[in-house]
Ligand binder design. Structure first.
Ligand SMILES: Nc1ncnc2c1ncn2[C@@H]1O[C@H](COP(=O)(O)OP(=O)(O)OP(=O)(O)O)[C@@H](O)[C@H]1O
Length: 309
């Protein structure tokens, strides 16, 4: 008998919707995540990421649609599911008055296990926390809190790990270290769904879904999402950035013009050449003009999809 591939997926979301009054937080979302996949949910604040996570970890019931995690229905099988998933919520769920070790023991006890029983899975992360094991969690740095929260979410050896904006508000070095930790967990075949508002983190995932106002705009590999952007794209810089953006937005050849770091990203009508752009800017007395064709990144694709969404 042929096997339905969707029954083998670690997470299946099928037309799930959830509203809070008139706010449609999640609108007919469908996606699936394969076992062992590191899947990213990328979107700005209010996109509906947290609501979707809460549905998947059985803390909220969907209004419509159905979802399964490791084959268990998130509504009907919620009890069984709770011990199979690990959840690191956006605002860390640590007890600030308990020490590092007490927090970890608490989460282990809730799941009927002990730190020793599953130490192997958290060893690499926990060794960095061990020198501070008697410190109150509330007195830890952001990066250390994040590591402890990850240990707490892993201590019962879940089959799927849900990480809701784990790197928000954490310094750049800790963010990088955190993604390296996720990479090592992936080598152990753990399935992970991670949300982030940072586009640069999308490249760390096997596949990503771009989400906005409760809807999925695209699902693909990071490079697949970049290739969704098909128009020629230019990075433009000049001495006066503010006047540059004003002038470029008025230009007859401009389709879109956004600030991306120190450059503006510009898409133009077909047939426009860099020489046309240069001439237009020189006529308006712009100085130190640089115009270079560039490859679109995930952020460019996201902007283009949002415009047409
Ligand atoms: N308990 C609630 N009651 C009413 N509206 C809510 C509630 N929780 C979320 N919302 C609204 O639902 C929408 C989706 O919110 P959600 O928190 O799921 O998004 P998000 O992508 O996780 O963003 P954030 O990073 O800001 O949490 C937003 O418009 C939000 O204001």
């Amino acid at each position: 008998m042929p096997v339905n591939p969707s029954t083998m997926d670690a997470i299946v979301i099928d037309n799930v919707s959830k509203a809070y009054g008139s706010t449609k937080a999640v609108q007919t979302v469908s996606l699936s995540v394969k076992p062992g996949e590191l899947f990213g949910l990328i979107g700005p604040d209010g996109a509906g990421k947290t609501t979707l996570f809460k549905i998947l970890v059985t803390l909220l019931r969907p209004d419509e649609g159905r979802a399964t995690v490791v084959g268990r229905d998130v509504v009907k099988d919620f009890r069984a599911l709770r011990s199979l998933v690990g959840y690191m919520p956006g605002r860390f769920s640590l007890y600030p008055d308990l020490t590092v070790e007490e927090n970890l023991s608490f989460f282990a006890t809730v799941f009927g296990t002990s730190i020793q029983a599953n130490y192997d899975l958290i060893r690499e992360i926990y060794v960095q926390l061990e020198p501070f094991k008697d410190r109150r969690a509330g007195a830890l740095s952001g990066g250390m809190k994040q590591k402890l929260a990850l240990c707490c979410a892993l201590i019962h050896k879940p089959e799927v790990l849900f990480l809701d904006e784990p790197t928000t508000g954490v310094d750049a070095v800790s963010r990088k270290e955190f993604w390296e930790m996720l990479q090592r967990l992936k080598e152990r075949q753990l399935t992970m769904l991670v949300s982030t508002p940072y586009m640069d983190e999308a490249n760390r995932c096997d596949r990503i879904a771009l989400m906005q106002t409760g809807q999925i705009l695209a699902i693909d590999t990071p490079s697949g999402v970049e290739h969704l952007f098909r128009k020629p794209l230019y990075a433009v810089k000049a001495a006066e950035t503010f006047r540059l953006i004003q002038d470029l937005r008025k230009a007859p050849f401009t389709q879109t013009c956004y600030a991306f770091g120190e450059y503006l990203h510009l898409t133009t009508e077909e047939g426009t050449t860099p020489a046309d752009i240069d001439r237009y800017l020189r006529e308006r007395r712009h100085e130190h003009v640089t115009i270079k064709p560039i490859q679109a990144g995930i952020e460019d694709s996201f902007m283009a999809l949002m415009q047409h969404g």
